[in-house]
Design a protein around this ligand. Sequence first.
Ligand code: GLC
Length: 446
Amino acid sequence: MRKLTLLTLVVVFGLLAGCVAPVAAPVAEEAATEAAPAEAAAPSVCGADEEVTITYVGDPAGKHPVAEAATIERFKALCPNITVNRIEGDANGQNLLASYLTAFEAQSADLDVIRVDVIWPGLLADHLLDMKQFVSQEQIDSYLPALIVNDTVDGRLVALPLRIGFGMLYYRTDLLEKYGFDAPPATWDELAMMAQTIQDGERAAGNSEFWGFVWQGNAYEGLTTNALEWQVSNGGGMIVSPEGEIQVNNPETAAAFERAAGWVGTISPPGVVSYQEEDARAVWHAGNAAFMRNWPYAYSSSRDSEAIGGNFAVAPVPAGDAGVGAAALGGWHIGVSRYSKHPEAAAAFAAYMTSAENQKHYSIDTSSPPAVAALYEDPDIKAAIPFADPAIVAITTPRPSTVTAGKYNEVSTLYFTAVHSILTGEEDAATALELLELDLQKLLGQ
Ligand code: GLC
């Protein structure tokens, strides 16, 4: 049995402490001086008072347009001198990361504020400003402490946490009832059995488009999170443990990946091996899936889906041989480019976007659990995101981005490439994992 993660503890303690999160208040004048103490300058919520335009790399088209537009509007009311030009980032995290690195390596001032995946602080630290220069200690203390630990690289706070993600299982309550199931599946085997029964029934009733289970099987970062859940829930260890031990090559992990390969073309569409989050969400929203593995962001849009008609609920990701399910920890944070020509204004926007005041709206609009601890007590948040309680957060599994730091992206790429070759049948699990282990040893110098 795995122990409760650090994050669980901080959620629990954060709730108990009921600490109050302040509204953002960037406090330093001099952005480029990394060592400037936070108390050194007068508070200046809107950076310097001059009129500036900053560029924020926002969500891709169709994802959270309301939440981001509303954030920018509220910020404009607070800081009329700052215009935020929102551009759409790539939906594929690795492409987005590559676009940042291209801009940063050229020391381009084109991007001021960027979205930082929870796994990227170690990869992007050199290109981001230390947010401790701009925000009060009170604001820093308002976040779940594990997220601040995650975002601190060599003592520098390179991003401010905005929202938490974790893998969860969406299921159709009406269909479970129709086929005589009184609870969501607790194990992967139960899920496969229920998915097959419902799929057979719905197809026989005339819906040839219907599938049992949709998830993210493309060769990309999202597959790393799905596969990590299969591995951990089957007792296969982690990808790389916090101590640096490579744990991919074992029979439990091989069995977990073989089981997932067995879903492709049976309870999941053959094309699931090219699905990202939005592909799974589209099938689910059309009413054509009994189960979906996705992140919290899909919750509010599922509520709005006419085809689903409110007939869905969420549950923890099922368990394998470990006897307990695992949910990969995701989420997005906000960082400021060190090449920005307007660091104070950029930091003012980042601080406002991640403030308790804005996170409350943003979390409700995106149905994503907030990073500010006190908001878990908020009745409006509880109503909008009823699953955002420590019981689910209790089983989050972080990816090995802290221990592998600058090499995380390569670690993940090796991992999802190996898993993908198993899903597509190109390679058997035992061989793929043996090769993966060798590749990881080489990459990590072991
Ligand atoms: C979600 C998660 C993020 C993860 C990504 C993978 O956006 O929040 O952490 O890396 O999905 O596709």
